[in-house]
Ligand binder design. Structure first.
Ligand code: HEC
Ligand code: HEC
Length: 298
């Protein structure tokens, strides 16, 4: 039921609707009282042969009018529509929508309950659950992680076996429930020269072309300026902090010296939103299994 902000619009709708109905009744009445001269023309001729007669309206046409008027009166008695008048059946579009949602929930609820009682890995092997997981993914996650879940710059690929925050079911579930904040502080203070050394060292870790003298100096700096505190002494990363493994070929931002230097100089701030409140336990459980399934067998 619409709620008009001012009484004016309520009256406006009622007056125009009622006036239209009365105009129809008036037309029917006037026509029924009029005198006709069937068979005689009014003397008006158009296009040589088109003549105007003074005949009554066809019966079917009058009946149609009458039925329409009766329908209108019955409809507005039962249903809302005449301004703010509610209608005797108490029907509202909001009620109708809620009833549909409740019906839908009733059919899906047992399904989600069934999956929630199952282990994440078992859910990941269930074909129907994975269909549901895919639909949920395409509705809530695609805009950032991509339709194929392969991510983009700054948005992690979910189909590989490289995990910033961990790929075990509990870790994925925690990521979805609470969200994640990947924070790498800026390190421009170490100086442009050291940044260049560090960038060469980071590139050497994954076998990319680099200046070996700078890389050796970068290796020392990696420990002395504190990179190892988050990425680990072997640079293999630390999932508790979301610090990525720097020794693999997977890059969140890019592997060029320029992009790595940009990360070191300016730091990074990245946010995965929390979904607990919005999606609820049942959907999160199925989504966890879906994300888990994406990287299996890789
Ligand atoms: C607004 C963009 C956005 C949306 C929407 C989003 N994510 Fe993320 N997600 C991110 C970002 C950014 C990160 C990386 C956070 C970081 O760098 O620490 C991330 C990280 C993750 C991770 C951790 C990956 C790893 O390697 O540990 C998982 C799993 C994940 N998202 C799953 C999902 C799922 C499932 C959904 C849908 C419910 C979703 N995301 C929706 C932006 C998004
Ligand atoms: C306080 C912890 C912390 C410290 C200290 C830190 N990092 Fe990071 N680093 C992170 C986190 C967290 C990310 C991921 C940022 C994100 O989620 O967007 C990251 C990302 C990176 C990346 C991007 C990797 C990619 O896949 O694109 C590089 C390169 C990097 N760090 C190198 C370094 C170097 C070199 C240092 C030392 C100068 C350093 N980090 C110090 C936490 C840290």
């Amino acid at each position: 039921m619409s709620d008009f902000v001012s009484e004016f619009w309520n009256m406006y709708v009622i007056v125009i609707t009622a006036a239209s109905v009365f105009a129809c009744i008036a037309l029917l009445y006037v026509q029924s009282k009029a005198t006709f001269t069937p068979g005689k023309t009014m003397g008006h001729v158009w296009d040589d042969t088109l003549e105007e007669y003074n005949n009554p309206m066809p019966m079917w046409w009058s009946w149609l009018f009458l039925i329409t008027i009766v329908f209108t009166v019955i409809y507005f008695t039962l249903y809302p529509g005449l301004g703010n008048v509610k209608g005797m059946l108490g029907w509202t579009s909001a009620n109708a929508h809620q009833a549909e949602v409740a019906k839908m929930d009733a059919t899906v609820k047992p399904l989600f309950a069934k999956y929630q009682a199952m282990d994440v890995k078992a859910v990941a092997g269930d074909k129907q659950a994975m269909e549901m997981g895919k639909n949920l993914y395409l509705t809530y996650c695609m805009q950032c992680h991509g339709a194929d879940a392969r991510g983009a710059k700054g948005f992690p690929n979910l189909t590989d076996s490289d995990w910033q925050w961990g790929g075990e079911p509990e870790q994925i579930k925690a990521t979805l429930n609470e969200g994640r904040m990947g924070v790498m502080p800026p390190h421009a203070q170490v100086g442009a020269d050291t940044v260049k050394d560090l960038a060469n060292y980071v590139r050497s870790l994954s076998g990319l072309p680099n200046d070996s003298v700078r890389a050796a100096k970068g290796k020392e700096a990696f420990n002395s300026v504190g990179c190892s505190g988050c990425h680990g002494p072997d640079a293999k990363g630390m999932q508790a902090l979301g610090a990525p493994n720097l020794t693999d070929k997977v890059w969140l931002y890019g592997s060029s010296e320029a992009v790595i230097s940009e990360t070191i100089n300016g730091g990074r701030n990245n946010k995965m939103p929390a979904w607990k409140e919005f999606l609820g336990d049942g959907k999160i459980h199925v989504l966890t299994a879906y994300v888990y399934s994406l990287s299996q067998g890789k």
